[in-house]
Design a protein around this ligand. Structure first.
Ligand SMILES: [Zn+2]
Length: 421
């Protein structure tokens, strides 16, 4: 069924993606945001550009936090958007650690099949491939890199027909993984049904998704944009899986994407439930992830926004020059929500070779240029837009020759002195 009616490029979420409840209440409205991957070239006149309301909702029944509008993936992932590998050091280490942990939790033989949904360049499966049978599934061209690495890959979305094909040709899977996938799909119940169908009776499903607890703890409201439809707590993830006869038997917080959660899942009663699950669920209750913790989000975000504006005001009154560092998707939310324009930020620098160089930050006239300019121009300040890894970035950029200081915009805006000064 086409959900985008009357040539619209979005639809309003009327019912919860997990439990179909229609009682969804607004927690925090960030305003209208332009799609993060639609960037105009430097020098072009601004043309008509659709922006979409970013209204964060919570379901009264299953407590899932979700964005109130689903935008057509054709808009969010335009054909000219080159899908690049997300293989960072932190992800590499995370998947190696997942493999080791997986072996402590279950027996895995050489003939067992491991299927990764959204397999990207084979980063995760490369840990399993020498000891077990592996299969990646991705609609993206980047899967060709996985094939070169010796990882069989199906170029498709994960759906019923793919599940049938895998079962016919290779049999069911002993392990299924989906990392950074669950937040992106509006028909999430269908995906879980397909997982159940593909999984052997005593198989394990491993899910990783960006964690609502981390979002609240470090005020990562800048991870709210339309590619992220859902923001899971362990309890909302549990609700989703239980609807399909599944249960979480082990869970833990992991550092990827500024704070994620990993859950090990099986059919009900197949594994004994580890204390980790109860511990996290209890902590979520303590932190009132379903009520007070969320109602505070708006207040904290607004205070943080005004503080950052006030800091920028002080610096601009002193005629300080500020560059932005890095143009990740989250930068677009931050810049648009705070109202930063090219009078405040002269430019944003990206690492040489980035496809974003030569474009404007969405919704602004802030140009994205090669990072070499940072070292040539030596602005007074560098605003860290990947602030969640500020401790890693600041020393690195200083060592490369930047002499100014850093601005860390969130959770509480602060100036970070150049560590080499
Ligand atoms: Zn719900």
């Amino acid at each position: 069924m086409n959900k985008f009616l009357n040539n619209k490029t979005s639809y309003v979420v009327k019912r919860c993606h997990i439990c179909n409840n229609d009682d969804l209440h607004s927690i925090f409205f960030l305003g209208y945001l332009p799609p993060v991957n639609t960037m105009q070239s430097i020098g072009t006149r601004p043309a008509e550009q659709t922006s979409y309301p970013a209204d964060l909702l919570q379901c009264s029944k299953c407590k899932l936090v979700q964005i109130g509008l689903v935008v057509d993936p054709k808009i969010l992932f335009p054909p000219e958007y080159p899908y690049t590998s997300s293989t960072t050091q932190i992800l590499k280490e995370n998947f190696a650690e997942m493999y080791r942990e997986c072996l402590t939790l279950m027996k895995l033989n050489t003939q067992d099949l491991v299927v990764d949904i959204g397999s990207n360049d084979g980063n995760l499966l490369s840990n399993f491939k020498d000891k077990h049978k592996v299969l990646g599934i991705t609609p993206e061209k980047i899967g060709e890199i996985a094939i070169q690495r010796g990882i069989p890959t199906i170029f498709s979305y994960f759906d019923r027909s793919v599940v049938k094909m895998i079962i016919d040709e290779k049999g069911p899977a002993k392990v299924i993984t989906a990392t950074n996938v669950f937040a992106h799909i509006d028909s999430i119940n269908e995906i879980v049904e397909c997982i159940v169908e593909l999984l052997v009776e005593d198989g394990v499903f491993i899910a990783e998704c960006h964690y609502l607890g981390s979002l609240l703890e470090t005020l990562q409201y800048d991870t709210i944009y339309h590619e992220h439809l859902m923001y899971y707590s362990l309890s909302s993830l549990k609700y989703l899986l239980e609807q399909h006869g599944l249960e979480i038997f082990h869970a833990k917080q992991i550092p990827t994407h500024g704070g994620s959660i990993r859950a090990y899942v099986s059919r009900k009663g197949k594994f004994s439930i580890k204390p980790s699950v109860v511990e996290i669920l209890d902590r979520e209750k303590e932190n009132q992830l379903d009520s007070k913790g969320l109602s505070d989000l708006k207040k904290r975000a607004v205070v943080s926004k005004l503080e950052l504006q006030s800091m920028l005001l002080g610096l601009k009154k002193q005629n300080k020059v500020i560059f932005g560092i890095g143009a990740p998707s989250r930068a677009s939310t931050l810049i648009n929500y705070i109202g930063i324009d090219d009078g405040i930020l002269d430019c944003v620098v990206e690492i040489a070779g980035s496809y974003k160089i030569g474009k404007y930050i969405p919704g602004t006239f802030i140009p994205i240029i090669d990072e070499a300019r940072l070292y040539e121009d030596q602005p007074n300040y560098a605003l860290l837009l990947s602030w969640h890894i500020a401790d890693e970035l600041a020393p690195k950029i200083s060592k490369l020759g930047f002499k100014g200081d850093f601005i860390v915009p969130l959770p509480t805006p602060r100036i970070l002195k150049n560590p080499l000064k």
